[in-house]
Design a protein around this ligand. Sequence first.
Ligand code: MG
Ligand code: MG
Length: 247
Amino acid sequence: MARRTASELRRMREAGRIVAEMHECIRAAVRPGVTTAQLDAVGREVIARRGASSNFLGYHGFPAVICASPNDVIVHGIPGEILLQEGDIISIDCGAVVDGWHGDAAFTMGVGEISPEAARLIEVTEASLHAGIAAMVDGNRIGDIGAAVQRVVEAAGFSVVREYVGHGIGRAMHEQPEVPNHGRPGTGGRLHTGMTLAVEPMVNVGSPETFLTEDGWTVVTADQGLSAHFEHTIAIGEHGPEILTLP
Ligand code: MG
Ligand code: MG
């Protein structure tokens, strides 16, 4: 991957700020009785207000600006008339484009009061993302990121999804290289200053096996256990990783 220039990074930061604002507004709208289509409308409103565009809407025909993935849905849930209920968990993944530069980030949260296990899943998944980000240092390798994620997840007794991975990001939402959430330290391509990657652990309470449902998008856990997802877009800076998808 080419080293991003300062002006390219500025536009990626701007896209990232808009994604973070979508997250904030959607978080504030999550409650029992809201539909995932209503959460999509909140995301659309932020994108329109900021004059950005969505990299999710129309992606291989995807019909919304967010993916909304409740409970046993791992990723790529399509927003619709599904009512969120007290005790659910919901993963929201969304992105924005500014001047052709992309941001992409995801979070999982509880709807009202959730079980201790669901709360621990969310906590561990977010912690695994930050462990992966901490490994994003010039001279390290792609495998160092996945190894750091995997260590946190498996120490907690949860499992890492293998079939879906993080990715390079910049002029397109999905660029090379792939960034798996598992791996061996010191293996894979070398990380260098000026790279921009999206790291996105998907973590299951039970088995890591996935199942693609018949709508062709919605990926669920094969054992119907809970799954969580956190993602940031990150630049590797001279002084370490910089999260671009922050307010
Ligand atoms: Mg994403
Ligand atoms: Mg992504």
